[in-house]
Design a protein around this ligand. Structure first.
Ligand SMILES: Nc1ncnc2c1ncn2[C@@H]1O[C@H](COP(=O)(O)OP(=O)(O)OP(=O)(O)O)[C@@H](O)[C@H]1O
Ligand SMILES: [Mg+2]
Length: 455
């Protein structure tokens, strides 16, 4: 395709000469004589280059050069002897200048050079954008296993629709990251992404946080307050740990999903929500609803589109890449550039990762500290939280019957809480799961946290 050039010159003879010469060079050329017609032209077309007289009858030259050079390469024609004009034009953003009287050879060379540079700049911008996009990709979901590819494909497919999504996966497997990715790839991305933790919000607070409340709705409600659902207007509402909401919360949420309507606590007025709902849980909602512990109608609504994130041990192909990713993140911020030895990678791949990617991230971060100034991270820098820790000796839990998995988990948790005087953070670290999961388990097994605290 021919490059489009614009020649702006009020001297008819010079303009015609230049148009003829440039057309012979096989460019498509438009001749204009006034600034206002340049503006009209640029409304409709996107030229590759503008060649313009520094002085036009209807314009303050510097100001208009400054304006158009933001988007287009500009070459300025200045009268011989007014070098000051040329300098000002370059300062205003022009890429080059040509002195009058115009020599056609100079015109040829200057135009060619300007077009080449513009092409280079476009390529450079293109590369830069590619790089930015790849960095962004890296800062989102890392992993190239078949499972991960499928996951990314599902995210891409479901994100643009407003459909409700239920994300299921073990602790630390990336549920929140997937929820953010869905928002980021949706047409709602310019609006808010609001995450609500259905688990740590106290039961009675949950509804007022989510739906808001009127002044005087309950003791302590001294002001009207908007709910998080209003804060997410136009955007995405992420309901984390959805399995933890109580039956009253479930009923109200169901209403939102069915009719889009809800009320602030203490209000009789219906409000309409414009949010896309994404929910996550590490519990088996289907079984919970089958057993009557979660409304099945709500489960079906939430489950409109279901994404299951496989645990890390089922997609071990991702482990080397994830590990390298976490090491690289660290390398950005320090002087010692670190790498994993191949035996270190092997040992990461063979571990089972009960705490999934969060645990992997923690293990890497600790190894980076433990390896000090050394460049290579080795297996001895890893401390896995195997349930039967080597250095700690075997843990014995005794039962007078065959315990269920739940009983086993409850007993083991209780054992750890006792050992660390109820310090949730420490227990989370040892068990290789998030503190939130510990909190959740304490609630689920109805353990009395205070009884473990050192008096
Ligand atoms: N595919 C991935 N690529 C890069 N980082 C990841 C990936 N998946 C998870 N992570 C990182 O692992 C950590 C845990 O992820 P996230 O918080 O999304 O998990 P979760 O499933 O919500 O955990 P929980 O059940 O404990 O709430 C985060 O730091 C997250 O950035
Ligand atoms: Mg989470």
């Amino acid at each position: 395709m021919k490059s489009k050039l614009v020649v702006v010159e009020d001297d008819d003879t010079l303009r015609t000469l230049m148009i003829q010469h440039l057309s012979n060079m096989d460019y498509e050329v438009e001749g204009l004589s006034r600034w206002h017609s340049v503006m009209d032209y640029l409304e409709k077309y996107e030229p590759s280059l503008i060649i313009t007289d520094a002085r036009l009858p209807d314009a303050n030259s510097l100001e208009y050069i400054e304006k158009i050079s933001v988007n287009y390469p500009v070459i300025v024609l200045t009268a011989f002897g007014s070098v000051r004009d040329a300098v000002s034009a370059i300062k205003a953003g022009a890429v080059d200048y040509i002195l009058k009287p115009v020599s056609l050879d100079t015109l040829t060379i200057t135009v060619e050079r300007a077009l080449d540079n513009a092409a280079l700049r476009r390529d450079h911008m293109f590369c830069k954008r590619q790089l930015e996009q790849s960095i962004q990709r890296n800062s989102s979901l890392v992993g190239n296993s078949a499972e991960m590819a499928e996951l990314k494909q599902m995210i891409g497919a479901v994100a643009p629709n407003d459909i409700t999504v239920l994300i299921q996966g073990e602790s630390g497997s990336g549920k929140e990251l997937v929820a953010r990715a869905i928002h980021a790839h949706s047409h709602r991305k310019k609006h808010n992404y609001v995450a609500v933790d259905c688990c740590t919000l106290q039961e009675n607070l949950f509804e007022s946080e989510l739906f808001g409340h009127e002044k005087g709705a309950f003791t302590g409600a001294d002001k009207q307050k908007k709910g998080l659902i209003e804060g997410a207007e136009g955007g995405t509402l992420f309901l984390d740990e959805i399995g933890e909401i109580n039956s009253s919360g479930q009923a109200k949420l169901l209403r939102v999903l069915e009719t889009g309507q809800y009320r602030r606590l203490g209000s009789t007025k219906d409000l309409t929500a414009n949010v896309r709902i994404v929910a996550a849980t590490n519990r088996d909602l289907e079984t919970m609803s089958a057993e009557g512990n979660f409304r099945s109608d709500l489960f079906f609504r939430l489950n409109a589109f279901n994404i299951v994130i496989p645990p890390l041990r089922d997609r071990r192909d991702d482990i080397p890449e994830l590990a390298a990713h976490f090491v690289r993140n660290h390398n950005f911020s320090t002087r010692v550039i670190k790498n994993l030895s191949s035996s270190a990678i092997r040992s990461l791949v063979s571990y089972d990762w009960p705490g999934n990617i969060r645990e992997l991230k923690n293990v890497i971060e600790r190894a980076i500290i433990l390896s000090g100034d050394r460049q290579i991270i080795k297996p001895e820098h890893f401390s896995f939280s195997r349930i039967l820790g080597k250095s700690e000796g075997a843990v014995t839990l005794s039962f007078d019957h065959d315990p269920s998995m739940e009983e086993l988990e409850a007993h083991y948790l209780s054992y750890q809480l006792k050992k660390y005087s109820g310090r949730r953070g420490k227990v989370a670290e040892v068990m290789g799961i998030s503190e939130r999961s510990i909190y959740r388990m304490i609630k689920r097994y109805e353990l009395d946290e205070n009884s473990y605290k050192a008096s």
